[in-house]
Design a protein around this ligand. Structure first.
Ligand SMILES: Nc1ncnc2c1ncn2[C@@H]1O[C@H](COP(=O)(O)OP(=O)(O)O)[C@@H](O)[C@H]1O
Ligand SMILES: [Mg+2]
Length: 274
């Protein structure tokens, strides 16, 4: 499949009076249209800095990044880049801009100068996509964290970008809110969207097709969830948890149970133990 995003050896340094901070240190990657990629890494490993390069919010200090074949460092490409790559951040409160749900979802479209009846149509479809149609006329402040985050996602869906980058969208949510978001993300991927999903929940990362592991501004692993999360000893050494079933399989094997090497899910573990 066609590479929609391609980073060539990008580095990024935050400059401040307290000194410079090298946040990305020679990152290269390609993401194809339609992929579902998770990015994990300890705090400060550069995940958010990388995410902001995907839609030109940050420009690399060194190297180049291309979105849909266009260099984000070229100002005339930025509009196309932003129309194709949407972002969802951690804190839904900081993303809500309007006093009524449907106005909030419409906000990005109004800025694109789309006709009002078209806007209403797109907003209705987007609210339906995130199962929030019943809340169209609500004040966002009355909603739960998970509902607010779904409103923020509806705003991006309404823009009809090809890619959505999620930067720890579930970090501030309760388990119920987290489940709502991850099932919505899976649905969006099934509809054909390209998903880049930053998380520190390993069960969420395991839902992706591919997991990128970052450490100190570099990509240190890039593989399937199965390969990454069944390498339990190495993941623990790097300071990560692994999904519960993978961890349990690892512990049982160490106690002498004869189990297949690459168990990732509870179903696989149950089947192996039968
Ligand atoms: N605005 C900023 N100014 C200076 N340093 C920053 C800024 N944002 C992030 N950093 C630093 O850059 C590094 C990477 O940060 P970030 O991309 O936010 O990591 P992550 O999202 O993986 O936690 C960290 O060392 C962080 O302290
Ligand atoms: Mg971050």
């Amino acid at each position: 499949m066609k590479n929609f995003i391609r980073a060539e050896n990008i580095s990024y340094t935050y400059k401040s009076t307290n000194g410079d901070r090298l946040a990305l240190n020679g990152v290269s990657l390609s993401i194809a249209a339609g992929e579902f990629v998770a990015i994990i890494g300890t705090n400060g490993s550069g995940k958010s800095t990388l995410a902001k390069h995907f839609n030109g919010l940050l420009l690399p200090t060194e190297g180049k990044i291309f979105v849909d074949g266009l260099d984000t460092a070229d100002e005339k490409n930025l509009q196309h880049v932003r129309e194709n790559v949407g972002m969802v951040f951690q804190n839904p409160d900081s993303e809500i801009v309007a006093a009524i749900v449907e106005d909030d979802v419409a906000f990005g479209l109004e800025n694109l100068g789309i006709a009002p009846e078209k806007i209403r149509e797109r907003v209705d479809l987007a609210l339906d996509d995130v199962n929030m149609s019943d809340y169209k006329n609500f004040a966002p402040s009355k909603l739960s964290g998970g509902q607010k985050q779904r409103i923020a996602i509806a705003g991006v869906i309404a823009m009809r970008t090809k890619v959505i980058v999620f930067d720890e969208p579930t970090a501030m949510l309760d388990p119920q809110g987290r489940r709502e978001i991850i099932s919505l993300v899976k649905r969006l991927h099934a509809q054909g969207l390209t998903i880049i999903y930053i998380t520190h929940f390993m069960e969420e990362a395991a839902a992706a097709q591919r997991v990128i592991v970052m450490e100190k501004g570099k990509i240190i692993r890039d593989d399937t969830p199965r390969e990454i999360f069944t390498d339990v000893k190495e993941m623990k050494r790097l300071g990560f948890d692994v999904p519960v079933a993978a961890d349990l399989a690892y512990r049982l094997r160490r106690k002498g149970f004869k189990l297949p090497q690459k168990i990732l899910t509870a179903e696989e573990l149950a089947e192996a133990l039968k």
